[in-house]
Write a protein that binds this ligand. Structure first.
Ligand code: NDP
Length: 283
């Protein structure tokens, strides 16, 4: 499996696990927990959650899934912009740690930009780092201008990641943001890489490419091609959400796929790359 390395030197597999909507449905809870544990058993490390997801239900479920195996996990959480004041991040982080059943996060992100000055949020993150509550910090849904503004703030520790919408449905970031973050050594965390399991997975081009490939599980699927396409980018960490062990297994096998030049050209024909600046989309 391909790896990515954060600016602080920590290396993790380029495939991680999203958890939005996990914990919302009691009937699915068991499968969701097994899905995360299966990923960790197979060597995945990144688990991504947020205080926003189900108002803590995702964090609580993640806490249950990783209980007793905290060291296997690179745990990412996100603070709401409304909580991103210097005092607010400490309070929000403490509440998240409680739900997660741990004493530290590996990476804490500002979920998106709000009205609180960035300097203040970053100062709050640095406080948390000094207190041992987080190991690193980053941002989410930041476009190039936001990243440039962030870079002008003097901080002892670097911004480690920018978590953004990146999938075949949303290629706009290929024009500038992916390259900008890569040049700065900042890891791009690609969210909703499967197009949230919607129309994208029925795109004829993905079916055609899938029909030419096999994984250890058998014939490749459109979802695996969509994921392999995101994973082809250096420095990009994809965080699909798999609510079942079957989907988790399928997503892990996507890392085996090597898309050929012909595959990529066929995909570009059907879903062209951006030719000009496209403002960053967010879900
Ligand atoms: P994804 O693109 O990961 O799609 C998830 C959907 O795809 C679910 O319905 C899932 O179903 C389905 N799915 C998963 N694996 C497969 C498969 N192999 N074949 C077919 N369908 C599959 O969407 P998300 O929006 O969940 O994004 C991933 C993660 O990114 C989130 O969970 C969250 O952690 C993060 N995120 C961050 C945002 C931000 O603002 N920073 C915004 C949005 C997401 P099932 O549940 O049945 O497996």
């Amino acid at each position: 499996m391909k790896n990515v390395t954060f600016p602080d030197g920590i290396t993790v597999p380029a495939l991680g696990m999203g958890t939005w909507n996990l914990g919302d449905d009691e009937a699915r809870r068991d499968a969701e927990i097994r899905s995360i544990r299966m990923g960790l058993d197979a060597g995945l490390r990144v688990v991504d959650t947020a205080e926003m997801y189900g108002s803590g239900r995702s964090e609580r479920l993640v806490g249950q899934a990783i209980a007793g195996r905290r060291d296997d996990v690179y745990l990412v959480d996100k603070v709401l912009p409304s909580n991103a004041s210097r005092a607010g991040v400490r309070k929000a982080c403490a509440a998240s740690l409680e739900l997660l059943g741990t004493d530290h996060l590996d990476l804490y992100l500002l979920h998106w930009r709000g009205s609180i000055p960035l300097e203040e949020t970053v100062a709050g993150f640095e406080d948390l780092k000094r207190a041992g509550m987080i190991r690193a910090w980053g941002v989410s849904n930041f476009d190039v201008d936001d990243m440039r503004e962030l870079a002008r703030i003097a901080t002892p520790d670097p911004c480690c990641a920018n978590q953004i919408l990146y999938s075949l449905d949303y290629r706009g970031v290929e024009y500038d943001l992916l390259g900008h973050d890569r040049a700065e050594g900042i890891v791009t965390m690609a969210y909703s890489p499967l197009g949230q399991g919607g129309e994208l997975l029925r795109a004829p081009v993905l079916e055609r490419v899938a029909s030419r490939h096999e994984t250890s599980l058998g014939p490749a699927t459109p979802a695996q091609v969509a994921l392999a396409w995101v994973l082809r980018q250096p420095g990009v960490l994809a965080i699909p959400k798999a609510g079942s062990p079957a989907h988790q297994r399928e997503n892990m096998a996507a890392a085996e796929l090597e898309l050929t030049k012909a595959d990529l050209a066929e995909i570009d024909d059907a879903i062209p790359p951006p030719r000009r600046k496209v403002s960053l989309a967010m879900i």
